[in-house]
Write a new protein. Structure first.
Length: 247
C-alpha cells in the first residue's frame, strides 16, 4: 500500500485538515494516517495539535467512502477504544513505542493489521520486541525507517535484510528530504510505503522537511504505481518487439 501520513502537519487547524483531506481524496493513495499521541505530547502550544474526536470520525467516513483505508499512528492506549468505535482500518506503532508491550498488546487485541516502526532501534532492540510479539502470537509488520535526514542513513538494503531476519513483512517509512527515495525503495519490495505529506501554509510543520508537498502528490502516487509494475516477477520470458521504429 501507498500510505500518506498527515501526522501533525495539519498544525491543529481544522480548516487545514479539510485541505489535506480534499487533496488526498483527489490523489487517491491506498491509505492515510493521522497521529494521536500520548498526553505528554500535547502540552503548551502543542495542545492545539490534538484534534477533536469528530474530526477523525468525519475524515474516516470521507476516506472510506472512496475506498481509501484510514489508519492511526497511535500513542495513547485510552483512545484505542474510540478509534475502534469509528472503524479504523489499521494502526501504526511509532518507533518510540517499540518496547511498549502494553500498547502493542492493546493494538494487537483489536485484530486489525498493525505495523511497528523501528526508527532509531538497533537489531538487539528489534530482536527483543519481535521475539516477544511472536511468542504472543501477534501478526504484524515492521517499518524500516531512520529518524535522520542524512542520505547515507536511509539504508534501503535493510528492508530485505529485516524481512529475511524476522520472517515478517517489512515496510519502508521515509524521513528523507529527497522524496525520490520513494521510487528507489520500490526496488527493495517493501510491503508498504509510508510517507508524510505537507500542505502549502506558512509555518513550521512537524514533519515538513521530509514530506511530499500536496501539490506534487498526484504525480508522485502515479509514478509509484507505474514504477511498481516495472519491478516485475524476476522471470525472464520472451516478448514481442512492440516498439515501432521511426522513419
Amino acid at each position: 500500500m501507498l500510505i500518506c501520513e498527515i501526522g501533525h502537519n495539519h498544525l491543529g487547524d481544522l480548516a487545514y485538515v479539510d485541505e489535506y483531506v480534499g487533496a488526498l481524496l483527489e490523489a487517491a493513495p491506498d491509505a492515510v494516517t493521522f497521529q494521536y499521541r500520548e498526553p505528554a505530547r500535547y502540552h503548551g502550544e502543542d495542545a492545539r495539535l490534538r484534534l477533536p474526536d469528530a474530526t477523525f470520525s468525519k475524515a474516516r467516513l470521507r476516506f472510506q467512502e472512496r475506498g481509501i483505508r484510514f489508519g492511526v499512528a497511535i500513542g495513547e492506549e485510552s483512545k484505542i477504544g474510540f478509534f475502534e468505535s469509528i472503524g479504523v482500518d489499521f494502526y501504526k506503532v511509532l518507533s518510540k513505542d517499540l518496547a511498549n508491550t502494553s500498547l502493542i498488546t492493546m493494538v494487537a487485541r483489536t485484530q486489525k493489521p498493525f505495523s511497528i516502526s523501528t526508527g532509531l532501534s538497533d537489531l538487539g532492540e528489534i530482536d527483543r520486541t519481535v521475539s516477544w510479539a511472536k511468542k504472543k502470537g501477534f501478526t504484524f509488520s515492521l517499518i524500516h525507517t531512520t529518524l535522520t535526514h542524512r542520505p547515507d542513513d536511509v539504508n534501503l538494503k535493510a528492508i530485505p535484510a529485516l524481512r529475511e531476519r524476522y520472517g515478517v513483512p517489512v515496510a519502508f517509512g521515509s524521513h528523507a528530504t529527497n522524496y525520490h527515495v520513494l521510487y528507489a525503495a520500490l526496488g527493495f519490495e517493501p510491503s508498504d510505503i509510508f510517507f508524510y505529506v505537507k500542505g502549502n501554509r506558512p509555518g513550521k510543520h512537524s514533519d515538513g522537511d521530509h514530506s511530499v508537498p500536496l501539490a506534487k502528490l498526484k504525480e508522485v502516487i502515479a509514478n509509484l504505481r507505474e514504477l511498481s509494475v516495472m519491478i516485475g516477477s524476476g522471470t525472464k520470458f520472451k516478448t514481442a518487439n512492440l516498439i515501432r521504429k521511426e522513419g
